[in-house]
Structures are given as C-alpha cells and as structure tokens.
Design a protein around this ligand. Structure first.
Ligand code: NDP
Length: 461
C-alpha cells in the first residue's frame, strides 16, 4: 500500500520530535540545575523541528549533540585585594562554545548572579546571534560573580588585572575575542586590555573589543547594540505599516543598551516615557531626559531614582519589574534575562502593546514569548534584535587588522545594513520553514543553518 503525503509528513514529524526530545533529555541530565541554559536550549531545539523534517541530513553527524555541548568551559579563581587590604576571591568563567565559523566572540559579564548556567546560556545564544550577523565570528561568553557596584576605581582595576592574568592564557585575536556586557564597559575593558598587553608584551588590539577610541576602539561601538535594536524594530514595524514616529516606548534598564536604544528611538520621533535600574523605574510622561540619565549612569554611576531630583514632575517607583505595567506601543526590554514573565506579558498586552524588541539577552520567558506570538504582537527575539553590538565588535576587529578607522557614519551605515539583513534573513527562514511572522523560529533557523553547514564541512570534531 502506498504511503500518502500526509502520512509521510506525520512520520517525519514524529522522527524529528523524538530526535529532539531524546537530545533534550540527555542535556537535562548532563546539566542539572542549569535552568537558564536549559531554557535557551529548549527554545532553539523547538524551533529547529521544521529544519529536521525538511532536511533530515541535519539529524546525522551529531550536529545537535555537538552544538549544545561547549567546546570548552574554563573556570578559574580570581583573587584580589580590596581597599582595606582584605583578600577577596571571585570566580571567573569563559565558555568557548563553538568556533565553526570564526574565533569565539562574546562579552564578559561582571554581576553577582553570574554562574556556569548564565554563562552557558549566553554563550549558546551567541553562536546563533553571531552567525546571523553574516560575519566570521564563533560563539563564546565569560564573566565573573564579582559585583562592580560600590567598588572604588582601584578595586575595579585590581580585579580586572587579576581576572585577565588568568584569562589571557585562553584568548587571542584569532582564538577568542571578549568584549563588554553587564557590569563591563569602557573602564573595565581598558584595564583588561592594559593587563593583556603587559603580559603578552605586544600590541594585539584585536584581542578585545569595546575599546576606547584612543587605543583601537571603533566609533559607533558604544551605541551599536541600542541603535541596532531600534533599527531592527523599525524594520519590523514598517513591515506592518507602523513606525517609531509618534509612538510611546518603555525601555527597561539604564545601562549601555538602554541608553542608546532610548537615544535612537527618540531620534526617530518616539516618546520614551520610562527606564529603570535594578532598584526601580522612573516614569516621565514628557519623555525621558537622556542627558540626565547619561550623567547619572555613565559619569556619576548613581541610582536612577536621582532623576526625580532634577525632574520633579517625573515619578520614581521602587521595584523594576513593575515597569511593564506602563501603557506603551513598543516595549524594549534592555536590562537582563527573564525580566518579562507571563504576568508582565499579560499586562503589556492588556495595555495595547504592538511590538516587543529584545535589546537584552533572553529577557522574556518561554511562556511570555508564546503569549506574544499567540496574540500577534510583533516580537523581535534578542538573538536577532541585539546582534548589532557584536556586529560592530567584529567591525572593530576588521579595523584593527587593517590598522585604520572608519568614521561614525560609515560604521553606522554598515550597522543599519546588517540589522536590515538580519531582519530579512529571519523573515525569509520563518516563511520557508512554515512559520510566517515567527521571528523566533526564523532567526534560530537562519543562525543554525550557517553554523551547521560549517560543522558538516569540518567533519566530526
Ligand atoms: P549594563 O551593565 O550597561 O546595564 C544593565 C542595566 O540593566 C542596568 O540598568 C542594570 O541596573 C540593569 N540590570 C542588570 N541586572 C539586572 C537585574 N538582575 N534586574 C534588574 N535590572 C538589572 O549592561 P548592558 O546594557 O551592556 O546589557 C544589558 C543587556 O543587554 C544584557 O542582557 C546583555 O547581555 C545584553 N547585551 C548587551 C550588549 C552590549 O553590547 N552591551 C550586546 C548584546 C546584548 P543596575 O545598574 O541597578 O544593576
């Protein structure tokens, strides 16, 4: 008896689901208690089902088994001495997840919540994000449970020097190129680069990105993640006949990504009415005054609540998660992972949100994403939306190799083009694999196909 087409599809689907489920069970057993890592893996595995149904070759050669296991995870002791002469010890991490398409590339996070699960989730996501940029960079990430808050400049410098003294054994311009992330900005990058240079005894500018302009940094790198987020979301909005112009926007966080997302959204004619830090949020119906936020956060390193001392008409509310109760057209979560849970998602939808753009990494829980997609809210996933930062980091590496510097406008133009391409690639893959308008599936598949092709070419390594 001949098997019908629908029966074949059913058999293929069953085979793909069993393959993915079996692998996920093994990953769960091998990485117990690593909830963030498992969440990131689950999202990718679920969205790859249509690939395995359409191209069973990707179920061979252990692509999925290999791509979910880091090539290397380095954990090290970071001893340093505080201003009172007391010895402190933190833990350092670097995950070198996948180097199929280029040297490992991904930021360093200094935050008390950092652990192996957080670093592995970030490194895993980075593989697909970096592939999406179309640039030759593999996936990596690192950091420490060190808390920079409240530390003196001297303490930050001594910590960074100790951290780099160990990390320098594993990185290099063609091997692994770190950058900033939460808690690591220009100041920390300067100390890290200085120590690398001192130990290695040569000027290898391409070993780290996010450098200051005086010593090999790229114009537009500081702005890249925030601007890129807004460029991506503007593409997504335009495709549905919407725009930033005239819309109300809420941005969480008030760090590097948030500040430049606010700046670009305002330049495009939006009113950004709220932003936050880990203590609480400010609401300014007239539109956030960005010079004040920049001064408080980039220069004085103060808390966001100080904003109301300068702008008394604004309101400060304790507790940062409540920010999603503010009605807005566009929400840009730019602070940290899992900041939008199912309850925040429901509030946003009830209040009429039209689009979400994830400037942070994995800021929405799996349940929240499912609800946004179900309710037809335009949803731009972090891997695609915030890829502008790493893309300009790769452009910084190019400029370092060529020993020249592009202008702000040149880099900004390239960034715009890259974000547009990422959007188009994600849309194309979502349609080609039967999930139109689902950019989560589209972005994951587009990133995966590039890396998988390279892994197939390299053999079983
Ligand atoms: P910053 O350290 O510059 O800023 C982080 C902001 O988020 C701060 O306002 C911080 O508040 C807040 N925040 C941090 N942790 C928490 C928490 N647990 N709960 C609530 N608020 C929190 O980091 P970035 O702007 O660089 O990074 C923000 C996000 O964007 C991260 O998810 C990062 O991985 C992602 N990202 C960053 C890129 C970059 O180029 N910088 C590139 C791609 C993604 P407080 O000061 O009180 O801690």
């Amino acid at each position: 008896m001949k098997t019908s087409e629908s029966e074949i599809i059913h058999i293929q689907q069953h085979a793909a689901e069993k393959y993915v489920n079996d692998i996920y069970e093994t990953i769960k057993q091998r990485n117990p208690n690593e909830n963030e890592f498992l969440q990131a893996v689950k999202e990718i595995l679920d969205s790859l089902l249509p690939v395995f149904m359409k191209h069973p070759k990707y179920m061979e050669n252990g692509i999925l088994e290999r791509i979910t296991e880091p090539e290397r995870l380095i954990i090290f002791r970071v001893p340093w001495v505080d201003d009172n002469g007391k010895v402190r010890v933190n833990r350092g991490f670097r995950v070198q997840f996948n180097s199929s398409i280029g040297p490992y590339k991904g930021g360093l996070r200094f935050h008390p919540t950092v652990n192996a699960s957080i670093i592995k989730f970030l490194g895993f996501e980075q593989i697909f994000k970096n592939a999406l940029t179309g640039l030759p960079i593999g996936g990596g990430k690192g950091g420490s449970d060190f808390d920079p808050k409240g530390k003196s400049d001297g303490e930050i410098m001594r910590f960074c020097q100790s951290f780099m003294t160990e990390l320098c054994n594993y990185i290099g311009p063609d091997v692994d190129v770190p950058a900033g992330d939460i808690g690591v900005s220009a100041r920390e990058i300067g100390y890290l680069f200085g120590q690398y240079k001192r130990i290695r005894g040569g000027y290898q500018a391409g070993v780290i990105t996010g450098k200051g302009l005086a010593y090999g940094g790229s114009l537009t790198r500081k702005e890249a993640t925030g601007y890129g987020t807004v460029y991506f979301v503007e593409e997504m909005l335009n495709n549905s006949g919407l725009t930033f112009k005239g819309s109300t926007v809420v941005v969480s966080g008030s760090g590097n990504v948030s500040i430049y997302a606010i700046e670009k959204a305002a330049q495009l004619g939006a009113t950004v009415v709220a932003c936050s830090d880990s203590n609480g949020y400010i609401y300014d119906p007239l539109g956030i005054n960005l010079s004040t936020v920049k001064r408080l956060k980039e220069v004085e390193r103060k808390r966001i609540k100080e904003y109301i001392n300068v702008h008394p008409h604004a309101k400060y509310v304790e507790g940062c998660s409540n920010i999603w109760a503010i009605p807005c057209d566009i929400a840009l979560p730019c602070a940290t992972q899992n900041e939008i849970d199912i309850n925040s998602a429901k509030l946003l939808i009830e209040n009429g949100v039209k689009a979400i753009g994830e400037g942070a990494n994995m800021p929405s829980t799996l349940e929240a994403i499912e609800l946004f997609l179900q309710q037809k809210v335009l949803f731009g996933p972090g891997k695609a939306v915030n890829a502008g930062g790493v893309a300009v980091s790769a452009l910084e590496m190019s400029q370092n190799s060529m020993r020249l510097s592009w202008t702000f406008e040149e880099v900004d133009e390239k960034l715009k083009e890259i974000m547009k391409n990422i959007y188009q690639k994600s849309v194309k893959c979502s349609e080609e694999f039967g999930h139109p308008n689902n950019l989560v599936v589209g972005a994951n598949i587009a990133g995966f196909l590039t890396v998988a092709e390279a892994m197939l070419a390299h053999g079983i390594i």
